[in-house]
Design a protein around this ligand. Structure first.
Ligand SMILES: Cc1cc2nc3c(=O)[nH]c(=O)nc-3n(C[C@H](O)[C@H](O)[C@H](O)COP(=O)(O)OP(=O)(O)OC[C@H]3O[C@@H](n4cnc5c(N)ncnc54)[C@H](O)[C@@H]3O)c2cc1C
Length: 301
């Protein structure tokens, strides 16, 4: 590992390489043990060079957006975590926003607003990055990323840069082709339409207010814990199963929105995993419905 760190230092500037970095500092759940190494590439070339080095040296790596859909284990992540938060260049060409994958969705929504482009309001309150949102086909209040993505530039497992059209992304509910492959989203073209500043602004404000009213934003979480089972709402099933406010250690089924498991302060990885399993078991017993986690559970078990 020491050798690798020296090689990483040739690519990434000082101060952007962290050793034994607690992942709880980089996840919205505020849970997770150390990553052996965490790096923050400052531009696309640094990202491509780091990936090429790690692949050549056979070092495992994990791509981190904003860590808002993740539950990281207590033992943390072996190898290198590559955090994309500095890759957020954006260009606006007509009705299209071309943006790098580390850009926060709220930032892109603001760019759209300033250019009076409508269609991205739904994503403004989702706390992830563009890359994470494309991987997850994130969505809210109806629209999903698949409705605005025109094409996506990815790095494949062999180091080729490909541009995939929307139809090639295999978008479906909280799913895209990136979850099936070892690919990295580099940037995307978002196709929006002309709108009016005041209307776009009030739509964003209205959706944010709805979020604040319905979701337990005052506690750490990773958003909706489970996918929506076909024909049901996970939160409603959990509430009807009598699990509102049910807790294990510091992990609790939110009283404000039963679809969210929250960290009330000192939740461990196992508190959350045990609570997920308990909720799945009770809902299965009562309603015969299988709840599948939407959040990604990662790290050394
Ligand atoms: C309070 C709250 C509210 C939320 N509301 C919503 C909502 O309304 N709708 C919704 O869909 N989600 C919601 N989420 C979940 C989450 O914000 C989304 O899934 C978001 O898209 C994740 O983005 P991220 O950058 O944080 O990804 P991360 O959590 O960092 O990563 C998620 C996955 O994507 C991979 N990944 C990230 N970037 C890349 C990349 N560039 N290339 C390849 N792989 C990559 C990671 O390796 C990981 O497997 C919410 C979460 C919270 C905490």
């Amino acid at each position: 590992m020491i050798e690798i760190i020296d090689k990483l230092k040739d690519i990434i500037p000082d101060g952007k390489i962290y050793l034994n970095e607690p992942m709880k500092k980089h996840t919205s759940f505020k849970i997770g043990g150390p990553a052996d190494v965490l790096v923050i590439p400052q531009n696309r070339d640094e990202l491509l060079n780091v990936i090429s080095l790690l692949r050549k040296e056979n070092i495992p790596f994990f791509i981190l957006g904003n860590g808002t859909n993740l539950l990281v284990s207590e033992k943390g992540i072996r190898g290198v975590v590559i955090k994309l938060s500095s890759l957020k260049n954006v260009i606006v060409e007509g009705d299209t926003i071309i943006v790098e994958s580390g850009a926060p969705l709220s930032y892109i929504a603001n760019v759209a607003l300033l250019h009076e482009l409508t269609g991205f309001e739904f994503a403004g309150g989702i706390p992830g990055t563009l890359g994470g949102a494309i991987v997850m086909n994130a969505g809210a209040y109806g629209p999903e990323m698949k409705d605005v993505v025109e094409k996506v530039e990815v790095l494949d497992e062999e180091g080729n840069i490909l541009v995939l059209a929307n139809e090639e992304m295999r978008f479906s509910y909280r799913h895209s082709i990136i979850q099936e492959k070892d690919w990295i989203v580099l940037k995307a073209w978002l196709n929006l339409s002309k709108g009016k500043y005041e209307e776009i602004k009030s739509k964003i404000e209205e959706l944010n207010a709805r979020r604040k009213e319905k979701q337990p934003l005052e506690y750490p979480s990773a958003g909706s814990t489970f996918k929506r089972p076909p024909g049901y709402y996970a939160g409603k099933l959990i509430e009807e199963a009598g699990l509102k406010g049910y807790s294990i250690g510091g992990a609790k089924v939110s009283e404000k929105h039963c679809g969210f498991i929250i960290n009330t302060g000192n939740a461990t990885f196992y508190d959350v995993v045990n609570l997920i399993e308990h909720v799945q078991k009770v809902v299965k017993e009562k309603f015969g419905v299988e709840l599948i986690p939407e959040i990604k559970i990662v790290g050394e078990k």
